[in-house]
Design a protein around this ligand. Structure first.
Ligand code: BGC
Length: 366
């Protein structure tokens, strides 16, 4: 279903790439320059929506020339796609990196060509050649997931001990450490007091990370954990998961092992992105929580940044402290996130993020 949706969303993205023609005046090129969007993958519904909203808002501001390229999670493809954008004369690059540390060389070329570079959602690391960053508050994503676990388990009321297992994102995505740190800071006191027990003892981000944000890898890690640490009849009460795709994999593993019955209910499973499959899973009573990042807000912030850069106005940023990429602190526009569960998922529809009329929700959402 995810694939069908991805294809449908891709089909909705009807922008066309218009090459700069030699006859165009310099003035037109300056006011309506080519804008490159380098995106990590089509296989994750969220990125398709990020790009289509960004282009839509830029169109609303009067821009007409776009080059969107999709790396399908291959670093080399992303590098050569950005090289092509430089050759085509892009003036602004919006980059959501596959691997935030791997683009230093091509970003230097872009900078030398006078291009302004915006890191989109994922910070570009260890390079001077990034001008701005537009994101959600990545640390608070983790806080929202962990707060949810703390609330649902009643840890603040002294309940416990409970068993928890932890999952992290992909280590090559700079967001992963913020997500994990946010969650860890909330959960740590309860681990220290013994109210939360990680039976696998797998706690460091390096150990719990999920390379490539790959759901199959998360599923098999959960399989291994359940076999190795829960075969004694103990049960896992909560699983910290940082992204919906992985949550679905973790839930499959749990269900294959017998969770999901009245006798053995599924544990609390968190997520991120409010993807369609996960909202359906929340409605079905399986996934417990997700973090909603309203992509429209981030895409609008990005479009406003681009507009300000092109018009030579002050670029809107609201965080000049947090996002240190190892070489510089990148001026950032950071957006707020919302925790979603069965009690408030309707907000996604009330806000127009999803539409009740779409066939995928038929009969499920009133
Ligand atoms: C994004 C998340 C997304 C994850 C997996 C992160 O960089 O911020 O929204 O869930 O990548 O694609």
């Amino acid at each position: 279903m995810k694939k069908i949706l991805a294809v449908a969303l891709a089909a909705l993205m009807t922008w066309t790439f218009t090459a700069c023609s030699g006859s165009e005046t310099t003035k037109a090129a300056n006011t309506d320059p080519l804008i490159g969007l380098s995106m990590p993958t089509h296989s994750d519904e969220s990125w398709i929506r990020h790009a289509s909203f960004t282009i839509q808002y830029l169109k609303d501001l009067g821009y007409t020339k776009f080059d969107d390229q999709w790396a399908e999670d291959v670093v080399e493809s992303q590098v050569s796609q950005i090289e092509n954008m430089i050759t085509k004369g892009a003036k602004i690059l919006i980059v959501a990196a596959v691997n935030g540390e791997a683009l230093g060389g091509v970003l230097k070329k872009a900078k030398d060509a006078g291009i302004t570079i915006i890191a989109y959602d994922r910070l570009l690391m260890k390079t001077e050649n990034v001008d701005y960053y537009v994101t959600f508050d990545n640390y608070k994503v983790g806080v929202a997931e962990a707060d949810y676990i703390v609330d649902k388990l009643g840890l603040k009321d002294g309940k416990g001990p409970f068993n928890i297992e932890l999952f992290g994102g992909s280590l090559d995505d700079s967001n992963s450490k913020y997500f994990y740190q946010g969650a860890f800071d909330v959960l740590k006191p309860y681990m220290d007091s013994g109210k939360l027990v990680v039976k696998s003892k797998q706690i460091n981000l390096e150990t719990v990370a999920t390379p490539g944000w790959d759901a199959a890898k998360a599923q098999s890690r959960m399989d291994n954990i359940l076999t190795a640490f829960y075969a004694d009849g103990s049960r896992v009460d909560a699983v910290l998961v940082p992204y919906d795709g992985l949550s679905i994999g973790v839930i499959s593993s749990l269900k294959n092992t017998g969770y999901g019955s009245a006798k053995l209910p599924l544990p609390i499973v968190t997520g991120q992105d409010a993807e369609v499959a996960s909202v359906l899973s929340i409605i079905a009573g399986e996934q417990t929580q997700t973090v909603w990042k309203d992509f429209r807000v981030q895409a609008k912030a990005c479009a406003d940044m681009v507009d300000a850069i092109i018009k030579g106005k002050e670029v809107p940023v609201n965080d000049t402290k947090t996002y240190d990429n190892g070489v510089k602190i990148v001026p950032t526009y950071s957006n707020a996130v919302t925790s979603i569960d069965i009690t408030n998922y309707i907000d996604l529809f009330n806000a127009g993020f999803y539409k009740k009329e779409d066939s995928v929700w038929k009969g499920l959402v009133q």
